[in-house]
Design a protein around this ligand. Structure first.
Ligand code: AKB
Length: 340
């Protein structure tokens, strides 16, 4: 039982969770962190949290138990089935991605009602929320703003887009016909992440995974067949900048935020450009291209880049790494050390 203001992270065993726990722990060791994931937390993360709960975000009894046990005022709801995985099990994806998010929003609403303060709720949406109809439109669209091309083709993208709206509903319109005001208990803050690349972990189940897979395979001496055409382009970001964006958004004064959902970008290389830097760093890399037309179709429906001017203006989004420094100063040196 902890009545100290606490943090709840779902999906904490995933890529973002790993980096987020390290940063939250480094910033404030006294703030209890509770995690919820089906998979066990890696030992390094487990050492930094108050309680690592093994369980599902669909288990409302478990969530009610956490509600009684902790005074949560920050939720980072990272649990999700990613885009490729979701296409193989769309109904399960809907359950986890939508019903799971609804459960967490309800949890945050109840927490806010019980301790009387708004619960800051971070939700990672994705460039998958976009759906660009064809490659000509993608080339013409350039940096796409948040409210354009919101017609995703994937179950994951549809889930993310809908949950963005659910979050806005809880933050601004919850039970709008009730006699007493109920909204405002959930302070919903969301970014649409581009593809993320971490030096420490390899993602699984996503469709932007070709970039991290290529570099980790090259560093570990494994052959890699890239599943998209060399000219394929979507935005990417180095993991430290993703975590930095989460912190900046969560720390921003509420009155500065003009939206609940923000695009964020950093760099937008083609697959050929990624392959070139990877080959330069690992001259013996065995990289080939074997296009998977279906996964290619998904990546082609995502924008080549995003307009993140609102994030830069409202809460100071300022990624430290561009394409050259993300690889040259962060990914390649750290990954070389990791696989040495
Ligand atoms: C995926 O590929 O599904 C994710 C994403 C772009 O949200 N990495």
């Amino acid at each position: 039982m902890s009545r100290k203001p606490s943090v709840l992270i779902t999906g904490a065993s995933g890529e973002i969770g790993h980096a987020l726990i390290s940063r939250l722990f480094a910033e404030d060791r006294d703030r209890p962190i509770v995690t919820l994931d089906l998979n066990p937390l890696p030992a390094e993360s487990a050492a930094k949290v108050r309680q690592a709960v093994s369980g599902s975000i669909l288990d409302t009894a478990l969530l009610d138990g956490l509600l009684a046990q902790y005074e949560v005022d920050h939720v980072y709801h990272l649990a999700a089935l990613l885009s490729t995985r979701s296409e193989f099990s769309p109904a399960l994806a809907h359950k986890v991605n939508v019903e799971g998010t609804l459960n967490l929003l309800e949890f945050a609403q109840k927490q806010g009602e019980s301790h009387g303060r708004p619960v800051a709720f971070f939700y990672p949406s994705s460039i998958a929320a976009f759906g660009v109809p064809d490659l000509d439109t993608k080339a013409r669209a350039g940096k796409v703003p948040e409210d354009d091309h919101n017609v995703p083709t994937t179950m994951y993208g549809a889930n993310k887009l809908y949950c963005e709206h659910l979050g806005r509903y809880y933050a601004r319109h919850y039970k709008q016909l009730a006699a007493e005001a109920h909204s405002g208990r959930v302070d919903f803050r969301c970014v649409r992440f581009p593809g993320l690349i971490s030096a420490e972990t390899v993602p699984s189940g996503g469709t932007s995974d070709y970039a991290p897979e290529m570099i980790h395979a090259a560093a570990s001496g494994q052959p890699y067949a890239c599943f998209v055409r060399p000219d394929t382009r979507i935005p990417f970001m180095a993991m430290p900048d993703a975590v930095d964006a989460i912190f900046r958004l969560m720390e921003a004064p509420r009155e500065k935020l003009t939206r609940t959902v923000y695009n964020i970008g950093a760099f937008a290389p083609s697959a050929a450009q990624i392959e070139e830097v990877v080959r330069r760093a690992f001259p013996r890399a065995d990289i080939t291209t074997k296009v998977d037309e279906k996964r290619q179709g998904i990546v082609d429906s995502w924008p080549a880049d995003v307009d993140d001017s609102a994030a830069r203006t409202d809460w100071g989004h300022a990624p430290q790494y561009d394409f050259a420094s993300a690889f040259g100063e962060y990914l390649i040196p750290s990954i070389k050390k990791r696989y040495a």
